[in-house]
Design a protein around this ligand. Structure first.
Ligand code: TRP
Length: 332
C-alpha cells in the first residue's frame, strides 16, 4: 500500500528502568535494524494502564523512555519514535479487531494467565484484550517484522491469526507480520543468581545493573556478583556466574570469549569483576550523558513526540481508512 521498504515495528512499555540486558540484547542493536527496515518504535502508554499507574510516574516514564531510546542511538530522522496514545487509530483499530478475536484465543495467552495471577485484584478487560491492542499497533503499519523477546512471540502469532482471519473476509487489508527473535544475542543473567535472566523487576537491586546506574553503583554491583568456587576466568556451563560476566564484558567491549579468557588468564575474580564494571560504566557513560541532555529539554522532547505522532498517523490513518471502508462504515 504505502511501502517501498520492509517495515519493522516494536513497542516498549514506558519504564525508565531498563537493564544492561535490554541494552545489550535489544537497544544497542536497533541502529543496525534501521539500516534494513523502516522502523517504528512506540512507547505503549495505553498498554501500561492495564495495571494501575500513578499518573505523574507514567508521564515521567513516557518522557524517559523516549529519551533513553534516542540516547541509545535511535535516530528520529530515520525511525519513527512516538507515543501510542498520541495516535488515536490504535485504540480505534483495537475495537475493530476485538470483534475478530475469539474469547478462547485470548484465554490461552500465557502472559494473561501470568498477569491475572499477579494482579488478582484487578483482572480487567483491558488486561484480557491487551494482545488485541498490540495486534492493532502492529497491523496499522503494515508491518513485516516485529523484533520482540521470546515472551511476546505468542502475541505476534495471535496478531498473524487475526490478520489472516480479517484478510479472508476482506482481502488484502493487512500485511502478515513475522516475529523476529534475535538469535545469538547474549542473554544476560542476574548477578545474584546467574541461572535466572536479569529482570528489571527483580527485588534484589544488586542482581540487576540498570542503564542509568552511576559508575560507582555499577562497579559495586559487579564486585558483588556471584561467581563460583574455583578462581579461573573461563566460560563453561558449570560456571554460570563467570560465563555471564564474560558475556557482559564481551557485549560492552566487543571482545570474544577467547580474547577475554586470554586477557584475564592468571588474574583473580576481583580484578576481572572490576574490569567488567569499568567497561560497562565506560560504555554507558555517553548514553547516560545524552539521556540527561534530552531530559533537560522537555520542549524538544515534546516536539519530537509530536513529529513522531504525525508521521505515525500518516501511516495509521491510511490503514484504518481502508478497514472502515471494507467493514461498511459510512464514509462522510
Ligand atoms: N507487549 C509488548 C511487551 O510487553 C509491548 C508491545 C506493545 C509491543 N505493542 C507492541 C511489542 C507491538 C511489539 C509490537 O513487551
Amino acid at each position: 500500500m504505502f511501502k517501498d521498504q520492509k517495515i519493522s515495528y516494536s513497542g516498549v512499555q514506558p519504564s525508565g528502568n531498563l537493564t544492561i540486558g535490554n541494552y545489550l540484547g535489544a537497544l544497542k542493536n536497533f541502529k543496525d535494524f534501521a539500516r534494513d527496515y523502516k522502523c517504528f518504535y512506540c512507547v505503549v502508554d495505553e498498554h501500561a494502564i492495564t495495571v494501575r499507574q500513578v499518573p505523574a510516574d507514567l508521564r515521567r516514564r513516557t518522557y524517559e523512555t523516549l529519551a533513553l531510546y534516542m540516547a541509545c542511538g535511535l535516530d528520529p530522522e530515520k525511525s519513527t519514535l512516538y507515543v501510542q496514545s498520541h495516535v488515536r487509530e490504535h485504540a480505534e483499530l483495537a475495537w475493530v479487531l476485538d470483534c475478530f478475536t475469539m474469547f478462547g484465543e485470548l484465554s490461552r495467552m500465557t502472559q494473561f494467565k501470568d498477569k491475572s495471577a499477579k494482579h488478582a485484584d484487578n483482572v480487567n478487560a483491558g488486561l484480557f484484550t491487551y494482545p488485541v491492542l498490540m495486534a492493532a499497533d502492529i497491523l496499522l503499519y503494515q508491518t513485516d517484522v516485529v523484533p520482540v523477546g521470546i515472551d511476546q512471540k505468542q502475541h505476534v502469532e495471535l496478531t498473524r491469526d487475526i490478520a489472516v482471519r480479517f484478510n479472508q473476509l476482506y482481502p488484502d487489508t493487512f500485511t502478515l507480520p513475522e516475529p523476529y527473535i534475535a538469535k545469538n544475542v547474549r542473554k544476560i543473567m542476574s548477578l545474584a543468581d546467574p541461572t535466572k535472566k536479569m529482570s528489571k523487576s527483580d527485588e534484589n537491586v544488586n542482581a540487576v545493573v540498570y542503564i542509568l546506574d552511576d559508575k560507582d553503583t555499577i562497579i559495586r554491583k559487579f564486585r558483588r556478583a556471584v561467581t563460583d568456587s574455583d578462581s579461573e576466568i573461563r566460560a563453561s556451563e558449570d560456571k554460570p556466574g563467570v560465563s555471564n560476566l564474560i558475556s557482559i564484558y564481551g557485549g560492552f567491549t566487543g571482545k570474544s570469549v577467547e580474547e577475554t579468557e586470554k586477557e584475564f588468564a592468571g588474574l583473580g575474580y576481583g580484578e576481572f569483576k572490576t574490569a567488567v564494571g569499568e567497561a560497562c560504566a565506560a560504555a554507558l557513560a555517553p548514553v547516560q550523558q545524552r539521556f540527561r541532555d534530552y531530559m533537560a529539554d522537555k520542549a524538544q522532547l515534546e516536539a519530537q513526540m509530536k513529529r513522531g505522532a504525525e508521521e505515525a498517523s500518516w501511516y495509521a490513518s491510511r490503514t484504518l481508512g481502508k478497514v472502515r471502508k471494507k467493514l461498511g462504515f459510512v464514509q462522510l
